[in-house]
Design a protein around this ligand. Sequence first.
Ligand SMILES: Nc1ncnc2c1ncn2[C@@H]1O[C@H](COP(=O)(O)OP(=O)(O)OP(=O)(O)O)[C@@H](O)[C@H]1O
Ligand SMILES: [Mg+2]
Length: 286
Amino acid sequence: MNRAFTARTNPAPSLAPVTAVMNTPQSVDRATLDAVDVSAWFGTRKVLDRVSLTMNAGEVTALIGPSGCGKSTFLRILNRMHELVPGAALAGEVRLNGNDIYRQGERITETRRRIGMVFQKPNPFPAMSIAENVTAGLKLTGTSVARGDRDALVEECLTKAGLWKEVKDRLRQPGGALSGGQQQRLCIARSLAVRPDVLLMDEPCSALDPTSTRRIEETIGELRSEVTIVIVTHNMQQAARVSQRCAFFLAEDGAPGHVVEQGGTDDMFHRPEDQRTSDYVNGRFG
Ligand SMILES: Nc1ncnc2c1ncn2[C@@H]1O[C@H](COP(=O)(O)OP(=O)(O)OP(=O)(O)O)[C@@H](O)[C@H]1O
Ligand SMILES: [Mg+2]
């Protein structure tokens, strides 16, 4: 089925807020995300062709490939952001634990709560305090947290994002006053506050120095036991360091992007089956 999104559609306001119970121990809600025959268009131009990929719970999946092959488009399809682009269309299915997120009746705000996104450029609210930044997503996604539980949630998410020790004495200072690497970890904390099952990361370290990059890679390693992570990266060492599975995208001679090869990261880097994968991971093109 070809799903065309002709006009920009804003998510409907949430009528029934999701109540997250913050005082009870978190059940680890591990999620598998399955893309099945996903194709995508901008207007009449097809940019992705029948991509099928399973992103397993407990693993980090890295999406690699040259610029323009459709990695970001694919990522945006995984949490229903593609449809915000006027003229965008898609075909195929995206299943979260077996349920198609595009099925009629699925609530878009709930899908985006369950499948969060961290962007290339850190985008905290600069004038909001560090603590307010962490909880900023709650209202948007209709997640209610009792006032008294907010401080605990802020500490928990900043700790998970590897930022707590650096900011615990200045939670009321503006988010914009942090370094780039700290801002990116603040954005990760903000994503975690709504209890996502999946975290999508589009080149989260490309604007960061090597030390901040390492810190975020450590954070990714710590998070993967509870959140399924999909990361786009142009840094092959990073893909090798942080991911357990890898998919290599390629758009050849103006054709839509497709997955040339996917598999365990170690196999993809040391025993690729396709010559094009071997060339790419060894820096011979792209
Ligand atoms: N909003 C848009 N409107 C029209 N075409 C778009 C739009 N966004 C992306 N495209 C096109 O879709 C194709 C895939 O783009 P995409 O951004 O997904 O690639 P990418 O693999 O993420 O590249 P990069 O590594 O440079 O970030 C490109 O040809 C791009 O020009
Ligand atoms: Mg991109």
